[in-house]
Write a protein that binds this ligand. Structure first.
Ligand SMILES: NC(=O)c1ccc[n+]([C@@H]2O[C@H](COP(=O)([O-])OP(=O)(O)OC[C@H]3O[C@@H](n4cnc5c(N)ncnc54)[C@H](OP(=O)(O)O)[C@@H]3O)[C@@H](O)[C@H]2O)c1
Length: 269
């Protein structure tokens, strides 16, 4: 999902876009070949095993893709002299802070996906002191299955839908994030950076906004996480502070503005 927007955003750069068919992150040799073929200035590592519930039952696969894979990339990037930007997640936090997480707050993941990303962050920081780790959250976009597509599909056929109202975060449009990642590369960013659309809401608020803006008559009913059990636990609060992003002179659009642009399919000016 994010990868497709990165390709559009970086079209003026000399860009090699790789999919899992070009190189499987789990295979060090394939990764080595792919990096040696282009010796890029930057590698943006957006690929991951992103099925948060699937990670719980496929722990080994999750660590192989999300932790060993990035380590393979880091090792070869060091040989090629490439900078690495690694995409990470708000789910490295446990959600108990109750105020926006700063980049240096302690990691304490409560699900396997978060564990894989937290471990990868630590390994990359050891292997590549110059790495840039970009934590983002609640991604949606046009290129894949995401929360808005599920909600809009349900809302098109059902008079009422139930959505959890006790998990708070910042929904982030992949178009806006891709633009931000391009800016961070050009500014030579390093260390941990938090990048999400600004403002925060619950999944219920996001569903309500999507349904209302689409002009659908569906009623959105708030429910609790306990009423909607899933294999993976989710943090109740995972808002990321924009301090690190603002330090690079970058501000992200507000989440409701992003939802409106997502729905009309337009790009920010
Ligand atoms: N989605 C979110 O809400 C969210 C939130 C926070 C952070 N992030 C992070 O942001 C990044 C982008 O997320 P996204 O939602 O755009 O991801 P996505 O749509 O799920 O795409 C992930 C990509 O990774 C590729 N991939 C999976 N296993 C691979 C492997 N072994 N080797 C090479 N490629 C592999 C997949 O290729 P195939 O389809 O061919 O398998 C797919 O193209 C990820 O790092 C994710 O962890 C996402």
């Amino acid at each position: 999902m994010l990868g497709r927007n990165l390709v559009e955003e970086l079209e003026t750069e000399e860009l090699t876009a790789l999919s899992s068919r070009d190189a499987d992150l789990r295979d060090a040799l394939q990764v080595q070949k792919a990096i040696r073929a282009s010796r890029p200035d930057w590698i943006i590592l957006s690929a991951a095993y992103t099925d948060v519930d699937g990670c719980e039952s496929n722990r080994q696969l999750a660590f192989a893709v999300n932790c060993e894979g990035p380590a393979h990339v880091a090792e070869e990037a060091r040989n090629a002299g490439s900078r690495v930007m690694f995409l990470s997640t708000d789910y490295v936090f446990d959600g108990t802070k109750g105020a926006p997480y700063e980049a240096n707050d302690p990691r304490n993941p409560i699900n396997v996906y978060g564990e894989t990303k937290a471990r990868a962050e630590q390994r990359l920081l050891e292997l590549l002191p110059e790495v840039c780790i970009v934590r983002t959250s609640w991604l949606y976009g046009h290129g894949g299955k995401c929360f808005p597509t599920t909600i809009l599909k349900l809302a098109a056929t059902k008079p009422e839908i139930s959505v959890v109202n006790d998990q708070r975060g910042s929904p982030t449009f992949t178009v806006d994030l891709a633009k931000c990642l391009g800016q961070l590369c050009r500014k030579g960013a390093r260390g941990i950076v938090h990048a999400t659309n600004s403002g925060d809401c619950t999944w219920y608020d996001l569903a309500t906004e999507l349904v209302k803006t689409s002009g659908l008559p569906t009623r959105v009913k708030p429910v609790t996480t306990a009423e909607f059990p899933r294999p993976a636990r989710r943090p109740h609060y995972s808002v990321l502070s924009a301090t690190t992003l603002n330090a690079y002179g970058i501000q992200m659009p507000e989440w409701k503005d992003a939802v409106r642009r997502y729905l009309v399919g337009t790009r920010p000016s």
